[in-house]
Each structure stands twice: as structure tokens, then as C-alpha cells.
Design a binder for this molecule. Structure first.
Ligand SMILES: NC(=O)c1ccc[n+]([C@@H]2O[C@H](COP(=O)([O-])OP(=O)(O)OC[C@H]3O[C@@H](n4cnc5c(N)ncnc54)[C@H](OP(=O)(O)O)[C@@H]3O)[C@@H](O)[C@H]2O)c1
Length: 291
């Protein structure tokens, strides 16, 4: 019997979840949706029947579901597709998992919040500003309604080394531009709590080991603005700070609205696991040392 199915193992978080599973010597399989990735099996969540069939056929002990339509502006342009992938597919997967006695972890986002008065703890009322946030919140609610023992892990501005895909993330795009000696526009009025993918993956397994259910915020314990993220990256990687250009979210012409402070309070997970979350700087130092 398969121990674990990671739906979306080609993504940044999924890749680290699968790597952690292998380190734990679990019999794990993962899926991709775009270009084929060696060792992974295809699954597009737009096909709800295929998603449920895969869960039934593999019948793992646990399903991890980091797969999502993560492009915030793409979700705004294609709301029906975002609803299907981020909300409807998780509901069908949760129903199947509940019926078959399979544990489920659904990964969600800080963008369920409106960004007024962060950091947000798990008791704060979500109020998304965009289609991405609304569909992910619907996904959370669908999952917990269909499978009350499911675990929902919210992360923010995910970052880390991603080997499966060339896609950049909240830190690697800054690093890439700086290393090419190109200017990097960064918001001084948007605050997040960046989630380090390897640490978030480890925490998800720790929560599973401790039989956690319900919603947990998993991130670094820092709340930098995007510009402050750039400064810290320059410090840790020894890069030129002069290339960082202050920009303002309030003046940016983006298709989807973004919260100005969606940082996450990680007190609950720290108390539950009796373990301090890394700071953003500690996570960057780990990235530097593992490049
Ligand atoms: N990215 C962020 O900054 C961020 C911030 C907060 C929360 N989150 C949440 O964290 C989770 C993981 O995100 P990530 O950072 O790992 O994102 P990512 O690198 O963009 O990975 C997304 C994953 O979803 C898969 N996927 C996309 N569309 C799919 C579809 N139609 N059917 C099946 N799979 C599909 C992708 O597969 P392919 O690569 O094969 O297309 C990939 O494996 C998501 O639930 C996201 O909402 C992300």
C-alpha cells in the first residue's frame, strides 16, 4: 500500500514534501500537471473524475494537496478555472479521502486575508481581496466540510530552491535579477511572512505525526516588506543593495488586488509542536548553504 500521495509534487512545496517523505522512508508517489517530470505521474485537477480515481486506485494512507492554480493574476483572468482547481477538486478529493479513511493535508494561503492589521492568527476572519484568495478559502471550507479531520496548512510567499521546475519564487526571482545585475523593484508597502518550503514541509509532517487537525499557519517568524526581503537577501548572499528599487503596491497596476499585510502569526504551530519557527534570515542562510 502506498503511504503517501503528493498531488502537485512538481511545485515548490510539493517537491519538498516529496523529498521529506523519501527521507522518512515513506513509500510516496507524486503528480505533475504541466510538462512531464521524471518519476512523477500526470494528474490535472480540472478533471475531477481523474483526481478521485487516482486517490481511489492508489488508496494511500495520506494525501498531501499542495497543487493549486497559484498565479494570482491568472486566477483573476480565469475565475472558473481557479474555482475548479482550487476549490472544486479539493472538495472531491476530500470526500473520497473521508470515505476511504485517508488522512488529508490541504495547503492554503495568507491571501485568504484582506491585509488589514497583520500578523493574522488562525482565529481571524478571512476576507479575501481577489479570486485566488476567494477560491483557496472555498477550497479550505470545502475540505473541512467534507473531511472534518483534515489538516489545513496556510503558508505565505513560499520560497526555497525548486529543482523540478524553472519557475522562480518570492526569493529566487530577486536573486536571479541581482545576479544578472538588473534592478529589482520591490514593494515597501506590502508585508508578508515568507514560508521556507523545506521547513514548511517538515512542519507539515510533524503536524501529521502529532495528529493535528484544522487550520495552522506555517511560515518564518519574520514579517518583512518585500523591500526588506531584498535587503536581507543582499546581506546573506553578499549582493549589491543599490540594485533594489523601492516601489509601491498601492501604485502598481496589477490585475488582482493584493493584501498590504498578510503576514501570518505562527504562535499556534510553535506552541503545538513546542518548536520555534525559523526567522527569514535563518532560512536564507540555509538556502545559501544548500545551493
Ligand atoms: N507560491 C506562493 O507564494 C504561495 C503563497 C502562499 C500559499 N501558497 C500555497 O501553497 C501551495 C503550494 O504552492 P507552491 O508555492 O508550491 O506553488 P507552485 O510552485 O506554483 O506549484 C503549484 C503546483 O500545483 C500544480 N498545479 C497547478 N495547476 C494544476 C492543475 N490544474 N492540476 C494539477 N496540478 C496543478 C503544479 O503542477 P505543474 O508545475 O506540473 O503545472 C505544481 O505542482 C498552494 O496550495 C498555494 O496556494 C503558495
Amino acid at each position: 500500500m502506498t503511504d503517501l500521495l503528493v498531488i502537485g509534487a512538481s511545485g515548490l512545496l510539493g517537491e519538498h514534501l516529496l523529498a521529506d517523505a523519501k527521507r522518512r522512508r515513506l513509500d510516496a508517489v507524486g503528480t505533475y500537471a504541466g510538462d512531464p517530470v521524471n518519476g512523477l505521474i500526470p494528474l490535472n485537477l480540472s478533471d475531477l473524475v481523474a483526481a478521485v480515481t487516482l486517490v481511489r486506485d492508489r488508496h494511500p494512507k495520506t494525501v498531501l494537496l499542495p497543487a493549486a492554480m497559484t498565479g494570482v493574476d491568472a486566477c483573476e483572468s480565469h475565475p472558473d478555472q481557479a474555482q475548479l482547481v482550487n476549490a472544486d477538486a479539493p472538495r472531491e478529493i476530500a470526500k473520497a479521502c473521508h470515505t476511504l479513511g485517508i488522512r488529508l493535508v490541504f495547503f492554503s494561503t495568507d491571501y485568504v486575508f484582506d491585509g488589514r492589521r497583520g500578523p493574522f492568527n488562525e482565529r481571524r476572519r478571512p476576507q479575501p481581496l481577489n479570486v485566488y484568495g476567494r477560491t483557496k478559502l472555498a477550497g479550505e471550507r470545502n475540505v473541512l466540510a467534507a473531511h472534518p479531520e483534515a489538516l489545513v496548512v496556510r503558508t505565505s510567499a513560499n520560497f526555497g530552491w525548486g529543482r523540478a521546475r524553472k519557475k522562480t519564487n518570492s526569493v529566487t526571482w530577486i536573486l536571479e535579477l541581482l545576479r544578472r545585475r538588473q534592478p529589482v523593484p520591490l514593494f515597501t508597502d506590502q508585508r508578508v511572512s515568507p514560508s521556507y518550503a523545506p521547513a514548511a514541509a517538515r512542519t507539515a509532517f510533524d503536524l501529521l505525526d502529532r495528529r493535528a487537525t484544522g487550520i495552522f499557519h506555517v511560515a518564518t517568524r519574520s514579517y518583512p516588506t518585500r523591500f526588506e526581503m531584498g535587503l536581507e537577501i543582499c546581506d546573506v548572499f553578499g549582493l549589491e543593495k543599490g540594485l533594489l528599487k523601492a516601489a509601491r503596491l498601492a501604485e502598481a497596476e496589477l490585475r488582482a488586488r493584493r493584501p498590504s499585510d498578510s503576514s501570518l502569526d505562527v504562535g499556534k504551530v510553535e506552541r503545538f509542536l513546542d518548536k520555534r519557527s525559523p526567522t527569514f534570515r535563518e532560512a536564507l542562510e540555509d538556502m545559501r548553504d544548500t545551493e
